[in-house]
Design a protein around this ligand. Structure first.
Ligand code: PA5
Length: 508
């Protein structure tokens, strides 16, 4: 089962040898501190050899037909799983409301509609209808997009996110902020401020999203200096329309589709995530191309050449055989924090399951944690380094930072400050990550690293797709349905009547 060593061993800059799977693109998965003596062993993987074979077969079937054994929709009916088709832009996929040349053109047309026309977009959604969108925005726009001039944004709108909570303060703040912007526009340019509300909900009626949407829609419609347009992103089914779909039809709002067979946490590659990609003018084709090339790599029958199978197998074995059932997702870089938050949903909703596919109670699921390097080295690392032996720390590293900054020697007489000068911040960041990794390794702490050669659409597509495909593999290994989320219905069943009671008590 093990590959010839030249396939997976490379020398790092220091001349040390690390075990890693490196793709032609330069994307790599370094598992040196996760596999070997005292870590996940070859014997561990051999123990799961048959399960891995079956999981790999199941992925083949899923790719070809969308079939996943025992997967049922919320309504209890068998449901296809189509996320693995999303990287492929084909006419064929268009028939399933997945990505097609027409749908991609529609997204580009949306970008051009917004350019030099709409001042601000508010993207409203929660869970899978938010987290992936936020990753794309943070990675490609950063913190200050909304403060840039329109020219610097290439005529594209400011972007705000709402609906990911039912928080009156923040919603009120966004409303007041946009009204203030409208006042400035009126007095400087003598025109109305144009706001586009993108309301994203697959089910079409989620409380968090729809309450924010109604509050904002009402406020902006009543405000003279704001012109409102609405785009609805929801299940496109015309026979059994979602509430949002019905509303969009009645109000004549344009729509994008959340396709059947694509669960919330996999929607970053469909029109949910791509609606934000269009708003910020991201290279959608490159993003999908990265995902596609990762999907191709993940079709390899050899575990040592298949990033998703290898990642899933190592993490699964680390949990089952070594008790490492917490995964700390720790990218190095501020704007990658939302990627970690996206991953939390992916892992938690996909694998946290009480019953397996045969109805047996298993209470399975590794627990995901958000961390960011270097920030959390100053808070969580004590726990990672000396706490319970129950974690795998999964690093994400960007090898080359665009516009890296050199730390200057501005205070040469201060030895400690002079001692950190001359290197770039990107290099210092990597020294910090590497030191954290070495320290963890020295104390039997499992860790691994995904390396992106740079932070661009292509490599982000590779990484997000790899993580999505990994949980699909792990679902098969653990024999749980990675594509349902029955657990989130429990509170919803309690919340509905509670809301009705509240309305009644208010005489509504
Ligand atoms: O993964 C999921 O299915 C959930 O997190 C949903 O995305 C979330 O509840 C929002 O649902 P909807 O898009 O139907 O409003």
């Amino acid at each position: 089962m093990r590959p010839s060593s030249d396939k997976k061993i490379f020398a790092n800059k220091k001349g040390d040898f690390n075990m890693a799977l490196t793709l032609q693109s330069g994307f790599s998965f370094d598992y040196d501190n996760l596999f070997g003596e005292g870590k996940v062993t070859q014997a561990d993987l051999d123990f799961y050899k048959e399960d891995l074979k079956k999981a790999h077969e199941a992925m083949k079937v899923m790719r070809e037909s969308g079939f996943i054994k025992a997967h049922l929709s919320k309504d209890g009916a068998p449901e296809k799983v189509y996320f693995s088709k999303l990287p492929y832009i084909t006419e064929e996929n268009g028939k399933l409301n997945l990505n097609s040349p027409d749908s991609i053109k529609k997204l580009h047309d949306f970008t051009e509609h917004l350019r030099n026309n709409v001042d601000a977009v508010v993207s409203l959604g929660i869970g899978g209808s938010f987290l992936g969108n936020k990753v794309l925005f943070d990675v490609f726009c950063g913190e200050f997009w909304n403060t840039w001039t329109k020219e610097k944004r290439k005529g594209l709108p400011k972007v705000y996110f709402s609906g990911q909570n039912i928080d009156p303060r923040r919603t009120g703040d966004i409303i007041n902020h946009l009204k203030a912007m409208a006042e400035v526009t009126k007095s400087h340019e003598g025109r109305k401020y144009k706001v586009c509300l993108i309301c994203i909900s697959k089910s079409g009626g989620t409380l968090d999203t729809m309450s924010n949407f109604m509050v904002m829609y009402d406020e902006f419609m009543k405000y003279d200096d704001i012109d409102v347009e609405v785009v609805a992103v929801t299940d496109p089914n015309m026979e059994k329309k979602t509430l949002l779909k019905q509303l969009a039809c009645d109000m004549n709002w344009p729509t994008f589709a959340v396709p059947d067979g694509v669960g919330g946490r996999f929607t970053v590659f469909c029109e949910v995530g791509l609606s934000t990609a269009a708003v910020i003018g991201m290279d959608i084709e490159k993003f999908l191309e990265g995902a596609k090339h990762m999907d191709e790599a993940c079709q390899n029958d050899d575990i040592w050449q298949n990033p998703a199978m290898l990642n899933a197998a190592l993490k699964f074995a680390a949990a089952q055989k070594h008790g490492r059932n917490i995964e700390v997702m720790m990218p190095y870089g501020d704007y990658l924090k939302s990627l970690s938050e996206w991953y939390i949903q992916l892992l938690a909703e996909s694998l946290g399951k009480q019953f397996d596919k045969d109805g047996k109670e298993v209470c399975y699921g590794r627990t995901p944690l958000v961390a960011v390097g270097t920030t959390d080295m100053h808070s969580q690392t004590q726990q990672h380094q000396e706490g319970a032996l129950d974690k795998v720390v999964q690093f994400i590293k960007v090898a080359n930072w665009k516009n890296d900054l050199t730390i200057p020697n501005v205070f040469p007489n201060y030895e400690r400050l002079a001692g950190i000068s001359g290197v770039t911040m990107g290099e210092a960041l990597e020294v910090a990550r590497q030191s954290n990794s070495d320290a963890l390794k020295s104390n039997k702490r499992f860790n691994a690293c995904f390396t992106l050669p740079e932070l661009n659409e292509y490599h982000l597509g590779e990484l997000l797709y790899l993580l999505a495909m990994s949980v699909a593999y792990e679902g098969e290994l653990a024999n749980v349905d990675a594509f349902n989320q029955p657990g989130v219905e429990a509170y919803k069943r309690i919340m509905g009547p509670k809301l009705s009671e509240l309305r009644k008590s208010k005489g509504l």
